[in-house]
Design a protein around this ligand. Structure first.
Ligand SMILES: Cc1cc2nc3c(=O)[nH]c(=O)nc-3n(C[C@H](O)[C@H](O)[C@H](O)COP(=O)(O)OP(=O)(O)OC[C@H]3O[C@@H](n4cnc5c(N)ncnc54)[C@H](O)[C@@H]3O)c2cc1C
Length: 418
């Protein structure tokens, strides 16, 4: 008979807090390399609406390198080869991914929960992988300045996971950064985003569009049966939008996106409209002995370009590439952890800088009093040159420094998963 203590204590090599894109991919990749991993997820399932649902070519190439792209694309999804903006002066192609040299020249839209379910289904095939749902990490276990694991709550009571390395992949509000004394660099993005959906009907366009005009900017994403819409507002204006009333909100949507004006009545109340408070920050240092932060926990990204998931996954790949061997050998040094930050910090900061410029431009032109954004003549000339024209598509598709899976022989998988 097991002792009560043994029920409360988990020993593992790597304990990952949070099973979002970063934690799930890190768990899968470490288990694939034979590292004992325990992933803790506070929710009972992955069902979350209005999360990032985009997989860019860089992520699809990683899935391909893991032999998982085909299976993933068997799941229901839509593809956007182009991002276009409908401006008062006409339609402009912001990024044309279809011209890029990759097997996946498009953005794949797939509900995040389907992606995570799929990744977890694969991870569970490896003997060294464990996932605990309904397991909310609470406190780091610190001994002599070294993180030795984490205490977590489950419906059956408090447990401890003791690990050689703990990875905080628990998203933008991670409390473990403060517990570990890691300092943030915060920025103040000038925008917030309201998310809602409207039905898609026969004869609707296929593509994903940005619409600007009348002092408003909205992005309309084709999600198969419905349109997912991002309505960009100035930071702090949410209450003003609500005070103006739902009728005015519906009217403004219909005026900006005439194609959908006939169905704005589907927005019955404010519960249908979710506010995303846009946040952008990063840690100065992503690690301390025994602890590494990755994904949004290390750097919350603005939604501009929809790159948060891809950066989170790139962090996971970089971490697995750098740490699988030391973890397998039972020793992880500060140098190993620093190597992950060194690899991922520059691309993250560069993308945050691009996002900051794009946000300022949206606020000063699309959300400005004239609300008639246009592309300046010199920029239009430059955009005729192919390398310049392809640049936004390349950045959106691959980021600055795409990660690739290190080619090592994976451990044997179980044929079936219970
Ligand atoms: C409304 C919205 C729309 C977005 N749209 C896009 C988009 O279109 N494209 C894009 O690329 N990005 C988008 N993003 C950003 C994107 O979702 C994130 O950048 C990405 O999910 C980060 O992945 P992550 O794994 O680091 O963190 P998260 O996805 O936040 O995952 C963290 C996980 O940790 C779990 N967790 C949290 N605390 C604990 C705890 N104490 N114990 C155990 N588990 C815990 C959470 O339940 C969650 O499952 C959007 C974000 C939001 C909020």
């Amino acid at each position: 008979m097991k002792s009560e203590k043994a029920e409360e204590l988990r020993r593992t090599t790597c304990c990952v807090i949070g099973c979002g894109p970063a934690g799930a991919m890190l768990g899968l990749m470490l288990a694939r390399e034979g590292v004992d991993v325990l992933v803790l997820e506070k929710h009972a399932d992955f069902l979350r609406d209005f999360r990032g649902d985009t997989l860019h070519p860089s992520t699809m190439e990683i899935m391909d390198e893991l032999g998982l792209a085909e299976g993933l694309l068997d799941l229901e999804h839509t593809k956007a080869p182009r991002i276009e903006a409908r401006l008062p002066g006409g339609t402009v192609t912001v990024a044309d991914l279809s011209r890029l040299k990759t097997r996946y020249p498009y953005i794949t839209f797939m509900p995040q929960w389907d992606f995570l379910d799929y990744v977890m289904g694969e991870a569970k095939r490896y003997p060294d992988f464990r996932l605990e749902m309904n397991a909310e990490a609470k406190d780091l276990i610190l001994e002599d300045g070294i993180v030795r694991g984490v205490r977590y709550e489950t419906p059956d009571g408090t447990r401890e996971a003791r690990a050689l390395l703990t990875v905080a992949a628990d998203g933008r509000s991670s409390p473990f950064r403060e517990q570990a004394g890691l300092k943030m660099v915060k920025t103040s993005p000038p925008i917030d985003v309201l998310w809602f959906r409207l039905s898609r009907r026969a004869g609707d366009p296929e593509d994903t569009f940005g619409y600007a005009g009348g002092g408003r900017f909205m992005v309309v994403i084709n999600r198969g049966e419905y349109w997912q819409i991002a309505y960009v507002i100035r930071k702090g204006d949410y209450q003003k939008v609500r005070d103006n009333g739902l009728d005015e909100f519906r009217r403004s949507v219909g005026e900006t996106i005439p194609d959908l004006a006939d169905r704005t009545g589907e927005l019955q109340d404010w519960d249908a409209v979710k506010l995303l408070s846009v946040q952008a920050d990063r840690l100065r240092r992503w690690h301390r002995p025994g602890l590494l932060c990755i994904g949004d926990a290390a750097h919350a990204m603005s939604p501009v370009g929809g790159v948060g998931i891809n950066l989170a996954i790139a962090d996971a790949v970089a971490a697995a590439n750098a740490l699988a061997r030391p973890l397998g050998e039972g020793r992880v040094s500060s140098r190993d952890l620093m190597a992950v930050q060194l690899r991922r910090e520059l691309p993250t900061r560069a993308i945050q800088a691009f996002q900051s410029i794009a946000q300022r431009r949206v606020v000063s032109s699309a959300l400005g009093p004239d609300g008639a954004p246009s592309i300046p003549a010199p920029a239009r000339m430059l955009l005729r040159l192919r390398p310049v024209r392809d640049l936004p598509a390349r950045i959106i598709a691959f980021g600055i420094w795409p990660e690739h899976v290190k080619r090592r022989e994976p451990v044997a998988r179980k044929e079936s998963v219970e």
